[in-house]
Design a protein around this ligand. Structure first.
Ligand code: ZN
Length: 116
Protein backbone atom coordinates (compact mmCIF):
# COMPACT_ATOMS: atom_id res chain seq x y z
CA UNK A 1 0.00 0.00 0.00
CA UNK A 2 2.15 2.86 -1.23
CA UNK A 3 -0.61 4.99 -2.68
CA UNK A 4 -0.21 7.49 0.17
CA UNK A 5 3.39 8.35 -0.72
CA UNK A 6 2.61 8.37 -4.43
CA UNK A 7 -0.38 10.65 -3.89
CA UNK A 8 1.65 13.02 -1.72
CA UNK A 9 4.29 13.29 -4.44
CA UNK A 10 1.64 13.83 -7.10
CA UNK A 11 -0.08 16.55 -5.07
CA UNK A 12 3.24 18.37 -4.66
CA UNK A 13 3.81 18.35 -8.41
CA UNK A 14 0.26 19.55 -9.02
CA UNK A 15 0.52 22.39 -6.52
CA UNK A 16 3.89 23.49 -7.87
CA UNK A 17 2.54 23.63 -11.42
CA UNK A 18 -0.60 25.43 -10.30
CA UNK A 19 1.50 28.00 -8.48
CA UNK A 20 3.72 28.55 -11.50
CA UNK A 21 0.61 29.16 -13.58
CA UNK A 22 -0.81 31.47 -10.92
CA UNK A 23 -3.91 29.30 -10.72
CA UNK A 24 -6.63 30.04 -8.20
CA UNK A 25 -7.94 26.52 -8.17
CA UNK A 26 -7.10 23.15 -9.59
CA UNK A 27 -10.33 21.67 -10.92
CA UNK A 28 -9.11 18.61 -12.75
CA UNK A 29 -6.07 16.36 -12.81
CA UNK A 30 -5.44 13.78 -15.49
CA UNK A 31 -3.03 11.07 -14.48
CA UNK A 32 -1.40 8.48 -16.69
CA UNK A 33 -0.72 5.29 -14.83
CA UNK A 34 0.85 2.22 -16.39
CA UNK A 35 -1.27 -0.89 -16.38
CA UNK A 36 1.50 -2.81 -14.61
CA UNK A 37 1.44 -0.35 -11.74
CA UNK A 38 -0.18 -1.69 -8.60
CA UNK A 39 -1.77 1.65 -7.74
CA UNK A 40 -5.41 1.21 -6.80
CA UNK A 41 -7.49 4.07 -8.22
CA UNK A 42 -9.93 4.04 -5.36
CA UNK A 43 -7.21 4.49 -2.74
CA UNK A 44 -5.44 7.14 -4.73
CA UNK A 45 -8.63 9.15 -4.93
CA UNK A 46 -9.34 8.74 -1.23
CA UNK A 47 -5.85 9.81 -0.24
CA UNK A 48 -6.05 12.72 -2.61
CA UNK A 49 -9.30 13.94 -1.05
CA UNK A 50 -7.68 13.71 2.35
CA UNK A 51 -4.32 15.28 1.48
CA UNK A 52 -5.65 18.08 -0.70
CA UNK A 53 -7.95 19.47 1.99
CA UNK A 54 -7.17 23.12 2.55
CA UNK A 55 -5.09 23.39 -0.65
CA UNK A 56 -6.14 24.93 -3.96
CA UNK A 57 -6.45 21.41 -5.34
CA UNK A 58 -9.22 20.49 -2.93
CA UNK A 59 -12.18 18.97 -4.74
CA UNK A 60 -10.31 18.52 -8.02
CA UNK A 61 -11.64 15.77 -10.25
CA UNK A 62 -9.14 13.02 -10.88
CA UNK A 63 -9.17 11.28 -14.22
CA UNK A 64 -7.00 8.21 -14.50
CA UNK A 65 -5.80 6.94 -17.85
CA UNK A 66 -4.14 3.58 -17.91
CA UNK A 67 -1.37 3.11 -20.42
CA UNK A 68 -0.74 -0.41 -21.69
CA UNK A 69 2.05 -2.73 -20.66
CA UNK A 70 4.58 -2.85 -23.49
CA UNK A 71 7.24 -5.52 -23.60
CA UNK A 72 10.34 -5.90 -25.70
CA UNK A 73 11.76 -9.29 -26.66
CA UNK A 74 15.45 -9.80 -25.93
CA UNK A 75 15.72 -12.52 -28.58
CA UNK A 76 14.05 -11.10 -31.68
CA UNK A 77 13.55 -7.46 -30.70
CA UNK A 78 9.78 -7.46 -31.14
CA UNK A 79 7.79 -4.94 -29.11
CA UNK A 80 4.30 -5.92 -28.11
CA UNK A 81 1.46 -4.98 -25.81
CA UNK A 82 0.27 -7.43 -23.21
CA UNK A 83 -3.42 -7.21 -22.41
CA UNK A 84 -3.51 -7.96 -18.70
CA UNK A 85 -7.28 -8.16 -18.56
CA UNK A 86 -7.31 -10.82 -21.25
CA UNK A 87 -4.58 -12.62 -19.29
CA UNK A 88 -2.21 -12.68 -22.23
CA UNK A 89 1.05 -14.50 -21.76
CA UNK A 90 4.15 -12.42 -21.16
CA UNK A 91 6.28 -14.47 -23.56
CA UNK A 92 7.06 -13.06 -27.00
CA UNK A 93 4.22 -13.55 -29.54
CA UNK A 94 6.75 -13.53 -32.41
CA UNK A 95 9.25 -16.14 -31.30
CA UNK A 96 7.89 -17.46 -28.00
CA UNK A 97 10.94 -16.41 -25.99
CA UNK A 98 10.62 -15.63 -22.31
CA UNK A 99 13.63 -13.34 -22.41
CA UNK A 100 11.46 -10.24 -22.38
CA UNK A 101 11.62 -6.88 -20.69
CA UNK A 102 8.93 -4.45 -19.64
CA UNK A 103 9.65 -1.17 -21.41
CA UNK A 104 6.50 0.75 -20.57
CA UNK A 105 3.61 0.20 -18.21
CA UNK A 106 4.80 1.24 -14.78
CA UNK A 107 4.74 4.97 -15.25
CA UNK A 108 2.93 7.41 -13.05
CA UNK A 109 2.62 10.84 -14.65
CA UNK A 110 0.60 13.95 -14.21
CA UNK A 111 -0.60 14.22 -17.79
CA UNK A 112 -2.78 17.26 -17.64
CA UNK A 113 -4.01 19.88 -15.21
CA UNK A 114 -7.13 21.97 -15.45
CA UNK A 115 -6.86 25.15 -13.47
CA UNK A 116 -8.86 28.33 -13.14
ZN1 ZN B 1 10.81 -12.60 -29.70
Amino acid sequence: MHELAVTEGMLKVVLRHAEMNKAKRVVGITLRIGEMSDIVDEWLKRYFDYLSRGTIAEGAQIIIERSPAVFSCGDCGAEYIVNLKAKDKFSCPECGANNVELISGREFLVQDLQVV
